[in-house]
Design a protein around this ligand. Sequence first.
Ligand SMILES: Nc1ncnc2c1ncn2[C@@H]1O[C@H](COP(=O)(O)OP(=O)(O)OP(=O)(O)O)[C@@H](O)[C@H]1O
Ligand SMILES: [Mg+2]
Length: 292
Amino acid sequence: MPSREMSLMDGGKLAGLGRPVQVIAVTGGKGGVGKTSVAVNLAAALAPSRRVLLLDGDLGLANVDVFLGLSPRYTLAHVLSGERTLDEILVEAPQGFHIVPAASGAAHLANLDAATHLGLVQAFSALATRLDVLIIDTAAGIAHGVTQFSQAAQQVLVVICDEPASLTDAYALVKVLSRNHGVRRFRVLANMTRTHGMGEELFRRFERVTARFLDVVLDFVGEIPEDDCLRRAVRAQRTVFDLYPSSPAARAFKRLAGRADTWPVPAGPRGNLEFFVERLVQRTPVRLEAVR
Ligand SMILES: Nc1ncnc2c1ncn2[C@@H]1O[C@H](COP(=O)(O)OP(=O)(O)OP(=O)(O)O)[C@@H](O)[C@H]1O
Ligand SMILES: [Mg+2]
């Protein structure tokens, strides 16, 4: 059996290198604020125009496959044990994007040590599958798995909702990511809003606290209304686009996708271990004077 390191980097294929990939980590601190709902529906909203890969970053409590009604045969557990490569475990969702499934109930996946977790981030560089956008659905909390996926992404999308614990947990996450992981910029999405404009108000409240204590930049990226159509879609294991394409939630995700499409991909690496860092390095012009 190949060693764990070998299997993670299997192939070392350079074919996928080229255009930079937009990497969006969907996070939020608190459980149940809608991270998986946002990740799945944002992927579906981007899929018609972009090659999207959705990574189930809730490693030990996989949800993405359940949200989409998929039953993957292989998961990240097989990649980590060396039995399969990342390319081999990709599953195509009927909505036109691919997912990297995690395993459910696998405690050893939920508690990966930091080095293995970083190896997983690096393994994406060897993906032969071409893609434009990688979306990561992260777990609740601020464990290192969540912070490592977030710092390795180019965009950190923080989902908040109108509950005190959501704001305190999102604050704790932003604090850890900014102080310990060098993340300065956050995109904030308000979910389950009950009236139009409530999301912006919620964002202002969140921003007031963070601006007082943390050195970060927050961008409000919109709101997703509380919508029973979304709840019904989750129960039916479909996206809200399939079932209710003109529902308020589906339209809000379409707007979010339009905005996400305009987020710039950084011009070069930031010094952290990032997803697809080689593609960022490739884009950085070589400065001869710096080499001398
Ligand atoms: N905009 C919304 N309108 C109505 N219901 C929603 C909305 N967003 C999420 N929900 C519901 O909230 C529940 C929790 O959502 P979800 O599983 O996406 O949260 P999560 O943050 O990923 O949770 P966890 O931290 O456990 O992974 C789901 O059952 C979903 O149907
Ligand atoms: Mg989730």
